[in-house]
Design a protein around this ligand. Structure first.
Ligand SMILES: Cc1ncc(COP(=O)(O)O)c(C=O)c1O
Length: 385
């Protein structure tokens, strides 16, 4: 199923008309500061040998500083992006838990990697709905779905594809719940710095639960996916199992990227992060205004650079979200991802990704509006006959 969903997303990109506007790609488009460009072009980055498996201590120290983790380099393993971070963490958890603990409980709508990793590792994948797709709170939704075989709960905040955020108090309540049941909690926080104006950083790590593992990367916060540098942070001895898994998957993360990360604290990375956050917040506010003006319904994003646009019921009577995404691509040159790619709760939606250039947004929303109207008009003509 996950394979089908992945190929569906690929099909949206393949053969897209040349003048398409792309709201499908989850990649931010941030400016790079001068100090960063100078470092890349300097001869300082010269480490081509293996590093320790968990990464250079000074780079792990930098990950701690940037994230405000309350810990030490030994609590961190550097990994090849959050993608490997998720894989090595789930593998590390699998190596640590008692036999019979086989369930991974993930949010839905979900990031496609979660089911894929669980299946590759032979674990049982289950989901809990997140607001606004569940009736109660997030905590209750997780509580309802935990079983005796739950090994790991995944929380993603702010979330891909919905942009929904878990606030600090709620996250710590979820940590307590997991701790009381001896269940690991993986917090996928790659979008942590992209909350809304009242809560720009979705949660803080002054304390971290005994069973919690935070996973993040340079990818989204700094717009550096190609450096493939991520990390897992935990106070649990599961870090040793994560390092063992990482040894088998990749041995080390790129030494070049590790050296670069180690130099972030000596440079003004904070202003860079602030600028990226400001751009993301402004893009989000911008696209919400445009959708409101165009009379388009959506799940109100609180963080990240995604929103789930609700396809009007009258359109869904004619075609499902997959057909509508292809209609938008082929007839209106606008690329979006059908919501059903992210699980059952987001069926009938389209994921819009707005990390890119805001100057394209008015035209993008106009094209979506025309796409909706063209299907509705067809329906009216059909009814008149
Ligand atoms: C929720 C989430 N987690 C993890 C990742 C993977 O990030 P990375 O590029 O650091 O591997 C992504 C990428 O889109 C994501 O959306």
């Amino acid at each position: 199923m996950t394979q089908i969903q992945k190929s569906l997303i690929r099909q949206i990109f393949e053969g897209a008309p040349g003048n398409s506007i792309n709201l499908a790609l989850g990649e931010p488009d941030f400016l790079k500061p001068d100090w960063f460009i100078e470092l890349i072009n300097s001869k300082i980055l010269n480490h081509y040998a293996y590093t320790p498996n968990a990464g250079l201590p000074e780079a792990r120290e930098a990950a701690i500083e940037i994230n405000g983790y309350n810990g030490f380099p030994d609590d961190v393993c550097l990994l090849c992006g959050a993608e490997e971070g998720l894989f090595a963490t789930v593998a590390g958890v699998k190596l640590s838990v008692a036999p019979g603990k086989t369930q991974v409980l993930a949010p839905s709508p979900y990031f496609l990697t979660y089911p894929m990793i669980s299946r590759l590792l032979g674990l049982d994948y289950s989901t809990y709905p997140i607001p606004p797709f569940c009736s109660g709170s997030l905590l209750e939704s997780i509580q309802d779905k935990i079983t005796a075989s739950t090994a790991l709960v995944i929380v993603n905040s702010p979330a891909n594809p919905s942009g929904i955020m878990v606030c600090n108090d709620e996250l710590h309540a979820i940590e307590e719940l997991c701790e009381s049941r001896g269940i690991f909690l993986l917090v996928d926080e790659v979008y942590r710095y992209f909350g809304n104006r009242s809560c720009p950083v979705s949660h803080q790590w002054d304390t971290i639960g005994k069973f919690t593992i935070a996973v993040s990367s340079l990818t989204k916060a700094f717009g550096l996916p190609g450096l493939r540098l991520g990390w897992a942070f935990t106070k649990n001895e599961v870090i040793q199992q994560i390092i063992i898994a990482h040894q088998s998957i990749a041995a080390i993360s790129p030494a070049f990227s590790q050296q670069l990360l180690a130099l972030f604290p000596k440079n003004d990375y904070k202003s860079w992060l602030d600028a990226n956050r400001e751009k993301t917040i402004s893009n989000r506010e911008n696209i919400m205004l445009l959708m409101d003006d165009a009379g388009i319904e959506y799940v109100r994003p609180e963080g990240a650079f995604y929103s789930l646009l609700k396809i009007p019921d009258a359109v869904m009577e004619k075609m499902d979200d997959v057909a509508f995404a292809f209609h938008l691509k082929e007839q209106h040159q606008i690329l979006t991802v059908p919501g059903s790619a992210f699980g059952e709760y987001s069926k009938g939606h389209l994921r819009l990704s707005f990390g890119g250039n805001a100057s394209t947004f008015p035209e993008a929303i106009q094209r979506i509006r025309s796409g909706i109207d063209s299907v509705l008009q067809k329906k009216e003509q059909f009814l008149k006959i």
